[in-house]
Design a protein around this ligand. Structure first.
Ligand SMILES: CC(C)(COP(=O)(O)OP(=O)(O)OC[C@H]1O[C@@H](n2cnc3c(N)ncnc32)[C@H](O)[C@@H]1OP(=O)(O)O)[C@@H](O)C(=O)NCCC(=O)NCCS
Length: 195
């Protein structure tokens, strides 16, 4: 709880990598998210929860982006939007959610990349910097991520980032309309002193 209180009011993160800028997007840029979501609707359907038509509207994203900023300030989540350097296109998202403090000091990681930017190492590049931020600035101990067993791109990405498989959970998340088994992985903060 102490950490959470200390973070209230902290500056919003803005992380520049070789090819991206990661930030909590302001609600006035909701149209960029709408474009990303509409253009990648088909690409992401198989790997995400079912969406209503409202999800693809500026009204939804204005409210969602405002809520993401509030949730960052209250220590609940850090939902980063990945922009190109010109900041006129959303390339993807890296969401660190369900931040638990107390004895846990953990969060869940989820991510999505535009179909047109797959296969270029962009998510890996963004996550290397985002994960450093989560460990060094948010001082979390463990990042957890899970994937559907046949999501090879996600499995390969997590493996390259050093996430280790900890188990398999049956009917873990409701994705694309049905409960799906997931492989559970985690990364422990390497910057902390040992146990
Ligand atoms: C999962 C997902 C983010 C992975 O995207 P990705 O582009 O494969 O991931 P990376 O950024 O690590 O890029 C690796 C790819 O870029 C290539 N690459 C090119 N240049 C590179 C560079 N400079 N550095 C690293 N990799 C590079 C790699 O060879 C690899 O391609 P390959 O798998 O075809 O060999 C993406 O497929 C996605 O959004 N999928 C849909 C949503 C989803 O599955 N979300 C996760 C749910 S668990």
């Amino acid at each position: 709880m102490a950490n959470q209180e200390r973070r209230v009011g902290n500056a919003l993160p803005r992380i520049r990598t070789d090819r991206t800028v990661l930030c909590l997007l302001k609600p006035k840029y909701a149209e960029l998210m709408v474009r990303f979501r509409i253009e990648n609707k088909h690409h992401l359907t198989r790997w995400e929860p079912s969406r209503t038509t409202y999800f693809y509207t500026p009204v939804f994203w204005k409210a969602q982006l405002a809520a993401n900023i509030k949730r960052f300030q209250s220590g609940e989540s850090c939902c980063l939007v990945m922009l190109n350097h010109e900041e006129n296109e959303v390339l993807g998202v890296c969401n660190f959610t369900q931040i638990a403090r107390g004895t846990m000091q953990s969060c869940q990681l989820g991510y999505s990349l535009a179909a047109s930017h797959e296969g270029q190492g962009l998510m890996q590049e963004a996550l290397i910097s985002a994960i450093d931020y989560v460990f060094l600035e948010l001082e979390l101990h463990r990042i957890m991520a899970s994937y559907i067993p046949d999501n090879k791109r996600s499995a390969d990405l997590l493996s390259r980032l050093g996430f280790e498989i900890e188990g398999q959970a049956r009917q873990y998340l409701r994705i694309d309309g049905s409960w799906q088994d997931h492989v559970l992985t985690a990364l422990i903060n390497p910057f902390e002193p040992g146990p």
